[in-house]
Design a protein around this ligand. Structure first.
Ligand code: ADP
Length: 461
């Protein structure tokens, strides 16, 4: 076992968002590991550069997103600078098995699952099959990609409407389309295929029965190199806009104990079945009737990992690094019997989007920045300070605000109080919208489904 220590470097790669780079650098620095950042030409002034021990420009002359996707150059930078391990954060390369493989081939450790596990889990059809093989209930769906409109129509006739078209290689809530009438099928098929082709470079689609009014509940897992897997309880990510998460809660409020027990057991069984190593998330939809179904595995750290850290006290990034070094779960204090939830944590994704203009991204210079702070509040960000330039190049996440309290209701009050303390001038943010959600009686009650935002237009006022 070779530990990463001060003689080693950890290169962190960032795409679209640099807050996770800083999150990772913090963990590495606490562990005595030196850090190396890469940055695009447009990101020269960004904070993640300053939070690393060394930094190198990648993709000179390329547009910003392309710069961070330039695998050969990233590997070259890592080799030139004696980088021992790469943490992919979240974002494009974090789920690219060819990138993980390139790291392995270059003799650099990839802090995440094996390239093969990333490939299998990134293919939603294959991941579904793995779940079935592990005895985990999946949403009724097509056994593989649907070839043409005819096959899609046949599926709808067999399973009934509504159905959802999904990109086999999709992510981030894109490439999905709900279909409620048979007449919509041909157009939905064409559109979803071309959207998936454009967004993911592959138009393959599969179909699932659409689950009405589901709650999105996901289980955090950690696996080591020796076949041990622990779960770190669940997160409720039902507050979504266009299938994208806005607010996440851990543990899921009012979740019956038997459902929690079964779901976490299923997640662990699936992870063991595929020999999953490192951190990952198993996602489920919970129907109104209390049945739940597997939808996918995310083979990386999630944006919302923070709420799990708050309730369990486990640093997930440190755990990822230790696992990559070859430590077992018992050695890093992550055996199942040592993990239990404490209180409730809520994360709000504050974005530079204007709720009054249909969440159009806003750009510019932050002129004034005062944050909400105090007991039980954690802020993870990369560009939340006066003087920061908010560019149009990446996604619009400004700061993740995490509130931890003894129960859900108190966490709501705490979050609302923190949000009220924020003063941001120069760019518009979704803060008013977040506050409306936080004080909504339904959200406060703990149980909301994925329809919540769409059904409450008042949240936008
Ligand atoms: P992505 O990988 O793009 O995040 P997911 O498969 O995780 O896609 O789904 C994202 C969200 O889309 C879910 O949380 C849920 O709100 C909705 N969704 C996905 N599949 C279904 C389904 N079969 N029925 C109803 N809603 C669904």
């Amino acid at each position: 076992m070779t530990s990463l220590n001060s003689a080693n470097f950890l290169l962190n790669l960032v795409h679209f968002n640099r807050e996770i780079a800083i999150r990772v650098f913090r963990a590495a620095t606490e562990m005595g590991i030196r850090t190396v950042a890469i940055y695009s030409e447009q990101d020269k002034q960004q904070m993640h550069r300053l939070k690393s021990d060394e930094s190198y420009m990648v993709g000179k002359g390329l547009p910003p997103v392309a710069a961070y996707l330039n695998i050969p150059e990233i590997i070259h930078i890592a080799q030139e600078n004696n980088v021992d391990a790469v943490h992919p954060g979240y974002g494009f390369l974090s789920e690219r098995s060819d990138f993980a493989q390139s790291c392995v081939d270059a003799g650099i450790r990839f802090i995440g699952p094996s390239p093969e596990a990333i490939r299998r889990m990134g293919d939603k059809v294959e991941a579904r099959q793995a779940a079935i093989d592990a005895g985990v209930q999946v949403v009724p769906g097509s056994p593989g990609p649907v070839k043409d409109v005819q096959e899609a129509l046949e599926f709808c006739e067999t399973y009934g409407l509504p159905v959802i078209f999904k990109a086999a290689y999709g992510g981030g809530g894109r490439g999905m389309r709900k279909v409620t009438t048979i007449e919509e099928v041909p157009e939905a098929f064409e559109r979803a295929t071309s959207e998936s082709e454009a967004a993911f470079g592959n138009g393959a689609l599969f179909l699932e029965k659409f689950i009405e009014r589901p709650r999105h509940i996901e289980v955090q897992i950690l696996g080591d190199k020796y076949g041990n897997v622990s779960h770190l309880y669940e997160r409720d990510c039902s507050v979504q806009r266009r299938h994208q998460k806005v607010i996440e809660v851990a543990p899921a409020p009012m979740l019956p104990t038997e459902i929690r027990d079964q779901m976490t057991r299923d997640a662990v069984r699936l992870a063991k079945h595929v020999g999953y190593e490192n951190a990952g998330t198993v996602e489920f939809l919970l129907s109104e009737s209390g049945k739940y179904y597997f939808i996918e595995v995310n083979a990386r750290l999630q944006v919302e990992h923070t709420v799990t850290e708050e309730i369990t006290g486990v640093d997930l990034v440190t755990s990822q690094i230790r696992i990559c070094e070859g430590h077992s779960l018992p050695e890093i204090g992550a055996s199942q019997h040592l993990i239990y939830p404490n209180g409730c944590a809520i994360q709000c994704r504050m974005t530079t989007e204007d709720p009054a203009k249909n969440f159009q991204p806003d750009t510019g210079r932050i002129e004034v920045f005062r944050s909400g702070e105090g007991m039980g509040i954690r802020l993870d960000s990369a560009s939340a300070y006066a003087g920061a330039i908010i560019s149009p190049y990446y996604d619009s996440l400004l700061v993740k605000i995490i509130a931890h309290a003894r129960n859900h209701e108190r966490a709501c009050f705490k979050m609302n109080r923190a949000l009220k303390e924020f003063r941001i001038r120069g760019v518009k943010t979704n803060a008013p919208f977040l506050m409306n959600v936080l004080k909504h009686p339904k959200f406060m009650s703990g149980v909301v489904d994925t329809y919540f935002i769409d059904e409450n237009p008042g949240l936008f006022n």
